[in-house]
Design a protein around this ligand. Structure first.
Ligand code: ADP
Ligand code: ZN
Ligand code: ZN
Length: 740
């Protein structure tokens, strides 16, 4: 027997199969990780295929040294997925295969924890005889009896049953009647048992959703998109669906945007499913993550909850894949090879005959468009559970505030509502939508945002040289001193930090507890959970934070939510800015009024008429979708086009720029004059907006391609070009999460 092996070495040069001989008696299957001689060294690799013939001179073929696990680490459908990722992203196969495994598994970096077990070596037919031979040694008799069920017993367990078990055990071991062996013990990051609350009676909408979903476990068809407003009880739908899958002997994967944002959901699941559930996320220790992975692989945990990469969890006989908050950007991986976990979920579901459920209160434009085309099935849950009303939303026009002489970041309405909320002993959440220092430039008097003349995106302020730049086409303009629309001097880069808001709150509401959650205050491993717990325990009345507090949190005592600067994401230099703004505001608003008391929301904005803001205020998803979809169509943005770029990075900017320029010329040379050239709507090479990351200079070639069957041919060629030899490292990105 011979094995075709892919080396676990991320390099284009060795991205092909190598043939090794399988020594007699070594049980290998496709997907097994092995150790093989490779050049002068020993290396790890993956068995891709077994074959009878070597294919060439068998005498030159070296043997596989050992299997790293007794079982294939890679399941066959996951290997197929890796091939798919390779063909889409043009990465070496080994890098796609690595996505399927916990990183710490490679290179033997984590040790398997073992525990002593006792095994009886007496054949079953001679057990009775052996017992009678022990005369009056009752402990030995008992020990043999206990062990005679054919199972290996943990030594610890025997110690509890037989006092001083060492003596009879040593006696048996010395006579080869029993053996002590070391077996794997799995670390679990969670302890203790949680009591499951009784199942709530399902609402009509939940029942109707399940009536559509459950049959799909048996007979999978198109993916489902569940559009359920905040507080409509989507989690309960997931739980019931997973339970049905388990009844059929099938497993489940539930993807959540970020584990730290969903402690509540995990608790709900854990209380219902206990140890049958595994959790995969980046905050586990390497040992814990590895053990969780093995619990899944060995079938001890049939349900997996995890972030993006859990879409690759080795669940066999998968019944359902659920993607919660499917609109979240975190499902797009930014690291190479880039993949979209939603796309993988759909593809994996199809491959393995599993139902796929994407769900959100604010579905992505892409997924909702798929329901319009009939490619996904739409399920709607338009009401909150217990007939709780959606919160009342007020839009405050901050230009108006300025005209009335209020120069602060709190409108009079927000100030007044905060006062009432605090006096009533309720809690409030204040949300500041802020990320990084790159900010748009905005007139505080008329609301004008400076946009690129060729792209429908805001320009970004660069403090280094005091310029405005367009991240899509590279246009550069000096920073104006007067507003181009109204000539007022109140034009400036936007941006109000959480810290500044906290100081202001302390000044306005002395003595009122404020918890601030942002990148600074949540750096520690458990800081996030602690802050959330403190707020839940009412140790503060105001929770102030960034995106982090926008989603997933369920605090029944919160009656007021304020979006201090609703426009910040709207002016982000990205065509997805309206979509993201709408989603964020609807999600934030959804934090209010989840308990008995109704909720109220104050959204402060300079652009109250913008359809993303006005749409969030009325919580009318469909109206927003229609408007945004039309804009994408007329302005030629995804899903009608693809934004594609070569990202080139190198130690020196010169090398990155040269490479980008070279690639751009290649593309033009290759396609101009051909019919395919019409599909390329735009191409330009430039320094990347963030021109240096981790001490590597970055340049890129940006392209906009029409979404058309032909375009695949262009992509295939672009991928080949990306694989060429250049002074810089090159990656081809298709609709990347970020163009930074
Ligand atoms: P969503 O994810 O849709 O925003 P959740 O799943 O967080 O909503 O549910 C909102 C709240 O309603 C939670 O506190 C949940 O426990 C509760 N809930 C869900 N389903 C029911 C039900 N059928 N009866 C009563 N309460 C429910
Ligand atoms: Zn102006
Ligand atoms: Zn532009």
């Amino acid at each position: 027997m011979y094995a075709e092996i892919i080396m676990d070495i991320a390099s284009e040069q060795v991205d092909r199969v190598f043939t090794y001989e399988v020594p007699d008696g070594m049980a290998l299957r496709p997907g097994t990780r092995v150790r093989v001689p490779f050049g002068p060294r020993e290396k790890e690799g993956f068995v891709i295929r077994l074959k009878k013939q070597a294919g060439y001179d068998a005498s030159k073929i070296k043997p596989v040294l050992s299997a790293l696990e007794e079982y294939p680490a890679l399941l066959p459908p996951l290997m197929d997925l890796a091939f798919e990722i390779k063909s889409k992203t043009h990465c070496p196969l080994c890098e796609a295969l690595r996505l399927m495994l916990p990183a710490e598994m490679r290179g033997g970096r984590v040790k398997i924890k073992t525990q002593p077990y006792v095994r009886l070596l007496i054949p079953p037919e001679r057990v009775d005889e052996a017992i009678s031979q022990q005369g009056r040694a009752s402990k030995r008799k008992l020990l043999i009896t206990l062990l005679s069920d054919g199972r290996d017993h943990p030594l610890d367990e025997l110690k509890e049953m037989i006092r001083d078990v060492r003596t009879p055990l040593n006696y048996l071991v010395e006579r080869d009647m029993a053996a002590v062996i070391e077996k794997e013990a799995l670390r679990s990051p969670y302890y203790g048992h949680m009591d499951a609350p009784p199942d709530p009676e399902l609402t009509d909408e939940q029942r109707e959703a399940l009536a559509e979903l459950i049959p799909a476990l048996k007979k999978p068809g198109k993916p489902f998109l569940l559009h359920g407003v905040t507080g409509s009880g989507k989690t309960e739908v997931y739980i019931r669906l997973v339970r049905e899958a388990l009844k059929m002997g099938k497993g489940a994967i539930i993807l959540v945007p970020e584990i730290v944002l969903t402690p509540q959901m995990i608790n709900w699941f854990r209380s219902r499913f206990g140890d049958n559930m595994a959790v995969l996320h980046s905050r586990l220790s390497p040992g814990e993550r590895y053990d969780e992975w093995r619990r899944i692989r060995l079938g001890q945990a049939r349900i997996v909850i995890g972030a993006r990469s859990a879409v690759f969890a080795p669940v066999e006989n998968l019944g359902v894949l659920i993607v919660d908050e499917e609109h979240e950007q975190t499902y797009l991986s930014e690291r190479f090879p880039q993949y979209d976990a939603r796309e993988i979920a759909v593809s994996r579901g199809k491959r393995e005959g599993a139902a796929v459920l994407l769900a959100s209160a604010t579905p992505s434009i892409y997924s909702y468009a798929m329901t319009r085309r009939g490619d996904y099935m739409l399920i709607e849950m338009p009401h909150r559970v217990m007939s709780r009303p959606l919160p009342r939303i007020h839009l405050v026009d901050m230009r108006e505030e300025l005209r009335r002489g209020n120069h602060s970041m709190f409108s009079s309405l927000l100030q007044q509502r905060l006062e009432t909320c605090i006096a009533d002993g309720h809690q409030a959440m204040l949300f500041i939508n802020r990320r990084g220092y790159a900010s748009s430039v905005n007139c505080r008097k008329c609301g004008e945002t400076i946009k690129c003349s060729r792209c429908d995106v805001s320009m970004t302020y660069h403090s280094v040289d005091h310029t405005l730049r367009c991240h899509y086409c590279g246009e550069i303009r000096p920073m104006p001193s007067l507003c181009p629309a109204c000539q007022s001097p109140y034009i400036r880069p936007m941006g109000t930090g959480t810290q500044k808001v906290q100081e202001e709150l302390n000044r306005r509401f002395p003595g009122v507890g404020v918890i601030r959650m942002d990148m600074d205050t949540t750096a520690g491993k458990n800081a996030h959970f602690e802050l959330v717990d403190r707020f839940r325990a009412r140790q503060a009345q105001i929770l102030l934070g960034t995106q982090m507090i926008a989603k997933g949190l369920d605090f029944p005592q919160v009656t007021l939510v304020g979006a201090v600067m609703a426009d910040l994401t709207l002016n982000f230099p990205d065509y997805r800015a309206p979509e993201r703004t709408f989603q964020l505001l609807v999600q934030v608003a959804g934090r209010a009024g989840r308990g008995e008391d109704p909720g109220e929301v104050v959204i402060q904005t300079y652009q109250p008429d913008h359809y993303a803001i006005a749409g969030a205020a009325t919580q009318d998803y469909r109206a927003f979708f229609n408007r945004e979809f039309e804009r994408r169509k007329s302005d030629l943005y995804p899903p009608f086009t693809m934004i594609v770029r070569f990202l080139c990075d190198a130690k020196e900017m010169e090398a990155a720029r040269k490479t980008a320029e070279n690639l751009r010329e290649q593309v033009i040379r290759e396609f101009s004059g051909t019919p395919l050239y019409r599909r390329i709507l735009f191409i330009r090479s430039d320094d990347a907006p963030i021109s240096r990351i981790q001490d590597r200079a970055r340049a890129h070639v940006l392209m906009k391609l029409l979404n058309h069957p032909d375009t695949e041919k262009i992509l295939a060629r672009l991928q080949e070009m990306a694989g060429g030899e250049y002074p810089a490292r090159v990656q081809l990105e298709i609709n990347p999460a970020s163009l930074a």
